[in-house]
Write a protein that binds this ligand. Structure first.
Ligand SMILES: C[S@@+](CC[C@H](N)C(=O)[O-])C[C@H]1O[C@@H](n2cnc3c(N)ncnc32)[C@H](O)[C@@H]1O
Length: 256
């Protein structure tokens, strides 16, 4: 069995329910992220991108040093509309190769359009994070932002992320977490359960999708438990950093 928000569903049925959510909101997904988080998701993603640290152009504009051309392969899982991948493409040097994978064709379609508009060369693949059609030890960094809690069998997705990383590669996972600041938790709950579904209804016409979002956040394991799951999948030096009073956590682990 698995949780789909607060509902208990058969594990093999969860993915289809999750797919319906993102199918329904794909075209308004980026706008909703800005509205719901008051733009904060951008700051959280900046923390992730800083940790990814791709080799980037240095020195005077137009003058690239050798390090810039260093090959650097990044995989962004559950990429949705490619928001994280585009941010990394914006700062990475010419050696940066970005692949994104998502199970949902509608989300990928929005991502492809965004990449084309921005003139970014990103490989988009439709794939389940639990079973990636990608070779072993191919990537320097694997990222996943606000995606892992949607995956029915998290342990399989972690094992796959570990498998496709090079030795010495890093896994970075940004995910909602549990607020640990007294007072802020009550405010956060009030906002989450009342404002977010109403905003979802107004902007996407689908309050249920955003009720799922709020409920799924509450069902996601505490960061220390998730760090244990990462260790069980083979990651070393698993650690996490809470952001914005614990609203979000950035998890990190290495394939060593
Ligand atoms: C909340 S969105 C996150 C999108 C993006 N990473 C971001 O931060 O804006 C979650 C994404 O996870 C994807 N997803 C859900 N289950 C998945 C799975 N099993 N494998 C790959 N992607 C999945 C959904 O299709 C959706 O695009």
């Amino acid at each position: 069995m698995a949780f789909f928000g607060n509902k208990v569903v058969r594990e093999d049925l969860k993915q289809a329910l999750v797919d319906d959510v993102f199918h329904s909101v794909a075209r308004r997904y980026d706008l909703m992220n800005d509205l719901m988080s008051g733009g904060l998701h951008r700051a959280w993603k900046d923390v992730l991108v800083t940790a990814v640290n791709p080799p980037r152009p240095k020195g005077r504009p137009g003058r690239l040093d050798d390090k810039t051309k260093q090959p650097f392969a990044l995989l962004d899982l559950a990429s949705g509309t490619g928001d994280v991948a585009l941010r990394i493409a914006d700062i990475g040097g010419p050696g940066t190769r970005i692949t994104v994978a998502d199970i949902n064709p509608e989300m990928l379609a929005v991502g492809r359009e965004r990449a084309a508009k921005a003139g970014r060369d990103i490989a988009f693949i439709e794939a389940n994070a639990e079973s990636l059609p990608l070779p072993d030890r191919a990537f320097d960094v694997v990222t996943i932002a606000f995606g892992i809690r949607n995956v029915p069998r998290i342990e399989l997705a972690l094992a796959e992320a570990h498998r496709v990383l090079k030795i010495g590669g890093r896994f970075l996972c940004l995910e909602f977490s549990s607020v640990d600041v007294p007072g802020l938790d009550a405010l956060y709950n009030l906002y989450s359960f009342n404002i977010i579904p109403a905003l979802g209804r107004a902007v996407t016409g689908d309050a249920e999708a955003y009720r799922y979002l709020v409920e799924s956040i509450r069902k996601f394991p505490q960061p220390a438990i998730f760090a244990e799951m990462m260790r069980a999948a083979g990651f070393r030096r698993a650690s996490f950093q809470r952001l914005t009073g614990g609203v979000v956590a950035l998890h990190s682990g290495w394939r060593l």
